[in-house]
Design a protein around this ligand. Structure first.
Ligand code: 5AD
Ligand code: SF4
Length: 433
């Protein structure tokens, strides 16, 4: 390969932090004079991968295979994200189609790496440099109505099942002023909602509550969210912020993973079912209408029927508005991968099904309780039906509404109908034709 690519496509998998990284890589490539490819045929494809579960990691390689074109040619392929970080140079032996490998802390170096790749070298950069990539990336310019903003990266918690401390490194918080500056730039670029991101966002060193207050002072920013949080870092100040800051939306993603203290201990979670519930009690005292969301793992090594029953019990005790649930996936290099007591696949399947059925009941109940309410939604996309738009409620539900309002508008609606994963609503004020 000898030519520098002229067009690019960035494909992100996994968490919102990857979506954020994907956006910033795209901005960097555009600043280099490259254009986003319309349709499939890009000169460069950046696969921004996820390593969290085996299935997600395997996707990276099956996707690479599909990039070969009908005439036998192929785009330049950059492997980015957490699979790149975890596998480094090894990735190049797994797939001959990979032209460069770049980790989540090194992608500001993409321009030099692309030049090297064009010379036929296959550069690998999985450094976690002391000078942060954020200082080297172009400033934010345009934004959709709802923007992500990474404020903290990495994790020092070492849950025994999790690769994040290895793929994303130690916990690092970005400087307060840099984040506020980026939030202002996003507001200038059209953002009305900002979601502050971190693998452990509520462990933000400058105090997440203070950061939320500072972002709330920015004109144009109407809504603030944050994700993802660890129960051990729900400080009293952050909890109080939920009752005090109007722009902070009533939604909290607080993963618990399991309801069994025995399993929580084996997971090295540093909280029990009871301390988790106590934390939520305080959160609900500060903000009674808050929607709680969670993550669950079924089939962690040694999980018995009794342990699983405890998970169902905590689901009932919390009444989650929404949740993500996964079958345990052994990840190489993590402590849990060598634990005894593997749970049989069919038992995992059965538990996941039962858990998801229970979670669905609770989200439907939560959604039903909003029927009849007058709420404001932020429109973020078009619906499939003519005249239909989709927005987000304060509680992060998707709301379908017929309206002439456009993407980025905030409109008042009345909730008319609850479905398991969305709401139907009618617009209160008809926008004149
Ligand atoms: N297996 C299954 N699920 C996992 N998660 C993290 N690591 C694993 C794993 N090894 C889940 C957790 C976490 C979410 C992002 O992914 O529930 O909160
Ligand atoms: Fe996946 Fe974790 Fe990497 Fe996000 S940080 S992309 S969830 S492995």
């Amino acid at each position: 390969m000898t030519n520098l690519p002229k067009t690019y496509r960035v494909k992100s998998f996994g968490c919102q932090m990857n979506v954020y990284d994907g956006d910033r890589m795209a901005e960097l490539l555009s600043a280099q004079g490259m254009a986003p490819a319309l349709g499939e045929d890009a000169d460069l494809v950046v696969l921004n991968t996820c390593h969290i579960r085996e299935k997600a990691a395997d996707r990276a390689y099956s996707d690479i295979g599909r990039l070969r074109r009908e005439d036998g040619s192929r785009p330049m392929v950059a492997l980015a994200g957490c699979v790149a970080q975890a596998e480094g140079a090894e990735a190049k032996t797994r797939s001959k189609m990979i032209d460069l490998v770049v980790g989540p802390q090194a992608y500001h170096r993409l321009p030099e790496m692309l030049a090297a790749a064009a010379r036929g070298e296959r550069p690998v950069d999985t450094d976690m440099p002391a000078i942060s990539k954020f200082d080297a990336l172009p400033a934010r310019r345009r934004s959709g109505p709802s923007a992500f903003l990474t404020v903290q990266e990495g994790c020092d918690k070492f849950c025994t099942y999790c690769v994040v401390p290895y793929t994303r490194g130690a916990e690092i918080s970005r400087p307060f002023a840099d984040i506020v500056g980026e939030a202002q730039a996003l507001a200038n670029g059209g953002a009305r909602e900002i979601t502050l991101l971190g693998q452990n966002v509520n462990a933000y060193e400058g105090g997440l509550d203070k950061l939320i207050r500072a972002v709330a002072r920015i004109d144009g920013i109407e809504r603030i969210r944050y994700t993802t949080s660890h129960p051990a870092d729900m400080s009293d100040a952050l909890i109080a912020a939920h009752g005090e800051i109007g722009k902070l939306m009533p939604y909290l993603h607080l993963p618990v993973q399991s309801g069994s203290d025995r399993i929580l201990k084996a997971m090295n979670r540093s909280h029990s079912a009871d301390t988790y519930l106590k934390t939520l009690e305080k959160v609900r005292a500060a903000r009674p209408d808050i929607a709680i969301s969670g993550d669950f793992i079924v089939g962690f090594p040694g999980e018995s029927d009794e342990d699983f029953t405890a998970t169902l019990a905590i689901v009932d005790a919390v009444g989650y508005a929404s949740a993500y649930s996964f079958k345990y996936s052994a990840r190489p290099g993590t402590p849990a991968a060598t634990m005894e007591g593997a749970v049989a696949p069919e038992v995992m399947d059965d538990r996941l099904q039962r858990l998801q059925a229970r979670l669905a009941e609770h989200s439907l109940a939560f959604n039903r309780a909003t029927v009849g309410k007058d709420i404001t939604i932020l429109i973020d996309r078009k619906g499939r039906l003519p005249g239909q738009m989709i927005g987000k409620s304060p509680w992060f539900q998707s709301v379908f509404v017929e309206t002439r309002a456009g993407i980025g508008d905030m409109i008042d609606v009345t909730v008319a109908k609850a479905l398991p994963n969305s709401l139907g609503a009618t617009a209160k004020v008809k926008v004149p034709a």
